[in-house]
Design a protein. Structure first.
Lengths: 115, 109
């Protein structure tokens, strides 16, 4: 299994600002993903972070709002842009284990509060 | 679309009791995954199932991949306080995984 860390663990931000969340994996992985989890809710996939190409976004999520970088096989960032209180959520990074296993391992999450 | 229907939504049990929860769908899946999420943490993979009919144990946890490939259950035997948390089923869809809404387990003292 992969060990995943995220920074920051939590933040309180002002409306209209942007926050970049970092995700670091302790081993090289092919697939990395970003999820959002509203309080008391399930996980919703934002996008697949592709190494060397643009991220693949799910319906309802766009690159201008959630730009993603994936410069190598162990690191990715998610930016939440022009934040509003509706963006208050937990943002989780995950990585797939063995190729095509569909087993995903998660970071501890970043708890974002937008005032 | 493809949805995972997880039940029950929440459970209140006494310590030492056995727990059973399940996940169903109208679609066929090739993988069933069970995760547990503690407060303030990311989900942790408990059991992965890849074959219809497969029954897998991990300590006090047992999960099965339904024969029809449309459902899975997770059992916890002799529950202890650290079993408290949210349990999510998940499955594969187009090289991504989708999650059920979770079963929140509470253990009464």
């Amino acid at each position: 299994s992969a060990v995943i860390s995220q920074k920051p663990s939590r933040d309180i931000c002002q409306r209209g600002t942007s926050l970049t969340i970092q995700c670091q994996v302790d081993s090289q992985v092919t697939m990395m993903f970003w999820y959002r989890q509203q309080p008391g809710q399930s996980l919703t996939l934002i996008a697949t972070a592709n190494q060397g190409s643009e991220a693949t976004y799910e319906s309802g999520f766009v690159i201008d709002k959630f730009p993603i970088s994936r410069p190598n096989l162990t690191f990715s960032t998610l930016t939440v842009s022009n934040m509003s209180p509706e963006d208050s959520s937990i943002y989780l990074c995950s990585a797939e284990g063995a190729s095509e296993s569909h087993e995903q391992f998660f970071g501890p999450g970043t708890r974002l509060t937008v005032l | 679309g493809q949805q995972l229907n997880q039940s029950p939504q929440s459970m209140f049990i006494q310590e030492g009791e056995d727990v059973s929860m399940n996940c169903t769908s109208s679609s066929i899946f090739n993988t069933w995954l069970w995760y547990k999420q503690d407060p303030g943490e990311g989900p942790v993979l408990l059991i992965a199932l890849y074959k219809a009919g497969e029954l897998t144990s991990n300590g006090r946890l047992t999960a099965q991949f339904g024969i029809t490939r449309k459902d899975s259950f997770l059992n916890i035997s002799a529950s202890i306080p650290s079993d408290v948390g949210i349990y999510f089923c998940a499955s594969d869809r187009d090289d991504k995984i989708i999650f059920g809404k979770g079963t929140r387990l509470h253990i009464l003292p």
